[in-house]
Design a binder for this molecule. Structure first.
Ligand code: GDP
Length: 454
């Protein structure tokens, strides 16, 4: 996600860094390049204009020109302005004072409404809510069926309705709300009908649903792959219905990232969630600062940490923290950590979130992380003795040969693993200032040094 935009901006900043001293002229040239990069990445021209003007005003200030590292200052200004464009705070989901809170999911057909309704229900259930799902798309029988299948998959109940109401979206919605109240469900997610294009009939129906249900949120589902089309329909839905937030789906695809920056600028409504895959847990809260860091290639450590925290036992994490601090992180721990990592999902998506690795994501993608590699690493570590696993320093040449034989690998592969292990130790030590040791103060972004951003 965001890859194209990220790559382009990286190039601009790289050139900027190359300049010894920043002058009014080369700043102008850099701004022009940033502008082109944003436009090419499908950011709406209005959003680009705003952004560039704001950056220009700040960047041309005397302070920047006189500072020791003007290029870094410019990067920081671009970053701050991009965050401003996206909204400075994470936009939390609004809930009603009186349950059930109704969340209407609207958007064009195929944008990912049903999938997102399911993902959001799962997300909310994980937070301790008791959601109920209902589809009021009576025009395509398959749509309601699809939601039922999705609901089953995530273990969230779905309101099926009576046969008499099968063709009446308003009646279905009304009855679902009653069901939610009676069944002690605190959130009702309403998957609405979509069309290929915006039409009056649909808009009238959505307005009636809005009136009837008094939703806490009307979330517009936008398909990031459709770029400016998504921005246009978000704008149209907002004008006619008054949306309160956006779920941007298919951010795992080749989306040019621009839609994210544009939607907020054009509708004034915040992005609340992003969909990053077809599976029900490929769904995250949208954080403007993290998204911008990702666009600028600084990785997205906070998202990674959240993912890790969700999936890794707190006790294990604390134990690992202790081990890291005491330099006690053995090969056995390394193996266990790798196994844990497997639980987090595809390695590529995790690596993309890491700073420093972010800019290299493309090469990594080409390299294709080999699933077999994991099995090999585990086999190698399993072939070591306890003492060897405890202290890798004793693994000399003859031990390496024995381990290679035992695990059906080569000495080179054993060497490689030991290198990976020592690298991981170093890396984890850096990370240990963060999620492993919140008490130890502010998280340090390993990649930020390059940009000189604090
Ligand atoms: P609806 O017509 O708006 O309800 O759209 P669906 O929920 O049926 O989604 C349309 C297609 O997009 C389905 O094939 C989904 O699996 C896919 N989809 C939805 N969200 C995402 C996402 O975040 N990433 C990817 N890769 N596919 C998605």
């Amino acid at each position: 996600m965001f890859e194209n935009l990220s790559e382009k901006l990286q190039r601009v900043f790289k050139n900027l860094r190359g300049e010894g001293k920043l002058t009014a002229e080369n700043m102008e040239a850099a701004l022009k390049e940033i502008r082109v990069a944003l436009l090419e990445a499908d950011v709406h021209f209005r959003a680009v204009k705003q952004l560039i003007e704001a950056v220009k005003e700040k960047a041309m200030g005397q302070e920047v020109l006189d500072s020791l590292s003007p290029a870094q200052q410019v990067v920081k200004i671009v970053r701050d302005e991009m965050i401003k464009t996206l909204g400075t705070h994470q936009a939390k989901l609004r809930l009603a004072n009186e349950p059930p809170s109704v969340l209407m999911i609207v958007g064009l057909q195929g944008s990912g409404k049903t999938t997102s309704a399911g993902k959001l229900a799962k997300f909310l259930a994980k937070q301790g809510h008791r959601p109920l799902l209902v589809s009021v798309d009576v025009y395509r029988p398959a749509a309601r069926q699809q939601l039922s299948i999705v609901a089953k998959g995530i273990g969230v109940p779905v309101y099926e309705g009576t046969p008499e109401a099968a063709n009446l979206p308003l009646e279905l919605a009304r009855a679902a709300k009653v069901e939610a109240t009676q069944g002690n469900r605190d959130i009702l997610l309403v998957d609405t009908a979509g069309r290929l294009h915006i039409d009056d009939e649909l808009m009238v129906e959505l307005q009636q649903l809005k009136e009837l249900l008094g939703p806490a949120e009307i979330l517009f589902v936008a398909d990031a792959m459709t770029g400016q089309d998504a921005v246009r329909s978000a704008d149209e839905f907002h004008k006619r219905l008054g949306i309160t937030g956006v779920i941007l789906t298919k951010m795992d695809g080749d989306a040019r990232g621009g839609a994210a920056l544009s939607i907020r600028a054009v509708t004034g409504q915040p992005l609340k969630f992003i969909g990053t895959g077809e599976k029900s847990d490929a769904f995250e809260s949208f954080h403007p600062d993290r998204a911008v860091s990702r666009i600028l290639g600084m990785g997205d450590v906070m998202s990674l940490i959240e993912k890790v925290e969700q999936n890794i036992d707190q006790k294990d994490a604390e134990e690992m923290q202790r081990k890291l601090i005491e330099n006690d992180f053995s090969l056995e721990d390394f193996r266990d950590q790798l196994k844990q990592l497997r639980k987090l999902g595809p390695l590529e998506s995790l690596l993309g979130m890491m700073p420093q690795i972010g800019p290299m994501a493309k090469e990594l993608k080409n390299a294709k992380i080999d699933e077999k590699e994991f099995t090999r690493i585990v086999a190698i570590i399993d072939s070591m003795t306890h003492r060897e696993r405890d202290n890798h320093m004793i693994i000399n040449g003859s031990r390496r040969r024995r381990i290679a034989m035992g695990s059906g690998t080569t000495v080179q592969e054993v060497n490689q693993l030991l290198r990976q292990y020592t690298d991981a130790r170093k890396m984890m030590k850096k990370l240990s200032g963060g999620f492993l040791g919140k008490k130890m103060g502010k998280f340090k972004f390993p990649g930020f040094g390059d940009f000189g951003i604090r």
